[in-house]
Ligand binder design. Structure first.
Ligand SMILES: Cc1cc2nc3c(=O)[nH]c(=O)nc-3n(C[C@H](O)[C@H](O)[C@H](O)COP(=O)(O)O)c2cc1C
Length: 207
């Protein structure tokens, strides 16, 4: 099969893209609107891009009708967010917070989650999640104007909270304890429990 993007339906392109670029980590993002109401939603167009300063980016795309999602609207007013770790034991709640509730209604409450204050940013953290990255928006980059068009939200991480229970004896995050989930195409997800290790290759002697 060949998909010529210029001649294809946008939904077909989207389906191919999320099938190929997989698995994708999940940003579980809490934001605040101008009236202080909390919004929580998952985004798998997400990754980290550097560590000095630590940079993450995710993309709340435009809805099928071309409108902006609440997360994006909130970030345009209060440019701060928290990335909560999307872990296996909270999979149902992560999914529940993707429900399109009326603007201003909290998906956290809807999913039965509790919130606690953040330290450096105004949006709160999901108490049940073991890791939180408190972030400030550096840039929002819209790419396209139609349905499923990207809005790259580039954020700088200011503070990282990690529960001791997900650390190994060296103080590093143990993936077997954190158990993040990731998204593939369609309704598929994967766990991070089928692990293998490889040593990095040594620099070849140029002699
Ligand atoms: C696991 C998962 C990943 C998702 N990833 C994205 C994404 O990367 N971009 C996006 O716009 N929507 C994504 N969605 C859909 C949004 O979560 C959904 O549209 C949500 O209602 C947006 O919330 P908001 O309007 O409160 O911002 C995803 C949904 C799920 C369940």
């Amino acid at each position: 099969m060949i998909i010529d993007v210029s001649a294809s339906d946008v939904v077909a392109v989207y389906r191919a893209l999320v099938g190929v670029v997989a698995p994708r980590p999940i940003a579980w993002v809490s934001t605040l609107d101008g009236e202080g109401r909390v919004n929580l939603a998952p985004f798998s167009f997400f990754n980290a891009f550097g560590a000095n300063p630590p940079v993450v980016a995710f993309s709340p795309t435009l809805r099928r009708d071309g409108s902006k999602k609440d997360t994006l609207l909130n970030l345009e007013v209060i440019p701060e967010f928290v990335l909560n770790a999307a872990v296996e034991e909270l999979a149902d709640q992560v999914n529940a917070t993707a429900t399109e509730l009326p603007r201003g209604q909290s998906e956290a409450e809807y999913a039965g989650l509790t919130l606690k204050r953040s330290t450096r940013v105004r949006p709160p953290r999901v108490s049940e999640s073991p890791v939180h990255l408190e972030c400030r928006v550096r840039q929002i980059m819209p790419i396209g104007t139609g349905p499923i068009a990207a809005n790259l939200v580039i954020g700088e991480v200011l503070l990282i909270h990690i529960e001791d229970g997900v650390l190994d004896s060296q103080g590093q995050i143990d993936p077997r304890k954190l158990r993040t989930i990731a998204r593939l195409g369609g309704n598929y997800y994967c766990r991070s429990t089928d692990l293998f290790e490889m040593e990095r290759p040594q620099k070849k002697d140029e002699g």
